[in-house]
Design a protein around this ligand. Structure first.
Ligand code: ZN
Length: 237
């Protein structure tokens, strides 16, 4: 006879496969509170408002007709008689999942090199299996990405668009970019309130040139044509 397993020993579901004589010995380990919430949400889709474990979840013994849910404690997953062919995960990581991750999953191996104890190995495998480890790794990367694209912020974009529109209008009168830039600096010096309507920053030549290069060519060409047309009209008159 096999020695009796202690209460904390690993695969209680395995014990359930070797059907004992007494009821209760072959009962599956019940889903955790969090897993029960996932099951309850699933049953709600079938119009079942309140989950009652004994009534809706099969955990061993005679199966009731109302027990739509079969629970798999090893994988913290379930299937549902009304949804044949589907296995639903609960997002939990069980000890058995940690075991199999350590045994079979190639992806976790590079992370395990840093572990000093077996408990650390299990902790890493658990975090890996839940995806927490990968999220942690990406966190500094995401933070950097959020900081980088200042140009994509709406206020920056708005400032660029209004300055570009003003530059095009000036270009129709002046015909030369260098003059437009001089005008911008002049406007900022002499009428700072007018300039502030366009931008909350002082005009800098390199920035203005960059803004100018971002204006579509046809718009620049049209402004240039307007400048020449005005010039000719002035000469004629
Ligand atoms: Zn279902």
């Amino acid at each position: 006879m096999a020695p009796k397993r202690g209460k904390s020993s690993l695969p209680r579901n395995v014990a359930s496969l070797r059907r004992g004589d007494e009821r209760g010995n072959d009962e599956l380990q019940a889903p955790s509170a969090a897993a029960q919430e996932v099951i309850a949400a699933h049953l709600a889709e079938h119009g079942i408002r309140a989950l009652r474990l004994a009534r809706h979840v099969y955990l061993g013994g005679e199966r009731l007709e109302s027990q739509l849910i079969s629970w798999n404690p090893a994988k913290a997953s379930f299937h549902c008689l009304r949804c044949p062919g589907f296995v639903f995960g609960t997002g939990e990581v069980t000890e058995q999942m940690v075991d199999s991750t350590l045994l079979w999953d190639e992806g976790v191996r590079p992370f395990l090199a840093a572990a000093r104890t077996d408990e650390e190995r299990r902790e890493i495998a658990r975090a890996y299996r839940s995806g927490e480890l990968q999220r942690e790794l990406l966190r500094p990367l995401r933070r950097r990405q959020r900081r980088r694209p200042a140009a994509a912020r709406p206020s920056v974009e708005h400032r660029r668009h209004s300055v570009q529109a003003w530059m095009l209008a000036r270009y129709r009168l002046r015909g030369v970019l260098a003059r437009v830039i001089e005008d911008a600096i002049q406007l900022w010096r002499t009428q700072p309130k007018e300039w502030a309507k366009l931008s909350d920053r002082a005009p800098v030549e390199s920035t203005l040139r960059r803004y100018w290069q971002l204006i579509p060519d046809e718009q620049v060409a049209a402004a240039k044509a307007t400048y020449h047309a005005c010039l000719q009209a002035k000469r004629r008159s």
